[in-house]
Design a protein around this ligand. Sequence first.
Ligand SMILES: Cc1cc2nc3c(=O)[nH]c(=O)nc-3n(C[C@H](O)[C@H](O)[C@H](O)COP(=O)(O)O)c2cc1C
Length: 122
Amino acid sequence: MDKMLECDVLVFASPVYALSVCAQAKMFIDRCQALWARKFLLKTLSADDNKRGIFIATAGQTFPDVFEHTVPVARFLFNVAGVKNKNMQYILLDGLDKKTDFSKSERAKEEVLKAARDLIGE
Ligand SMILES: Cc1cc2nc3c(=O)[nH]c(=O)nc-3n(C[C@H](O)[C@H](O)[C@H](O)COP(=O)(O)O)c2cc1C
């Protein structure tokens, strides 16, 4: 948790399982309720204007809004870790079901490369 609070860029990834983040990601996020308490009850945590967040999610299907239940759950984690919504970037890659789908998808590769370049300021 300390590392999450101290970092400049927080990157978190999850596949879409049953329309939300996977169970392991959800379990991790649930444990961060302690940060929620520090932020909203104890008021000992505040957002950092410069801290950036990147959420990466993959989904097998391509229907509209396939990430609509995933993004708000992930946003909870970024918010309690001190990332403002304006500093969030979402890499939402749909249509990735088979092992080879990512390497075959020019769009997916481009999106990830662009995010990496943005991150290092290229
Ligand atoms: C248990 C399970 C549930 C899934 N549920 C969804 C879903 O609700 N919507 C969807 O688009 N894809 C769903 N998928 C497909 C995955 O999101 C997709 O294959 C993803 O790329 C898997 O990433 P992983 O290899 O890291 O598990 C599901 C896959 C699994 C194994």
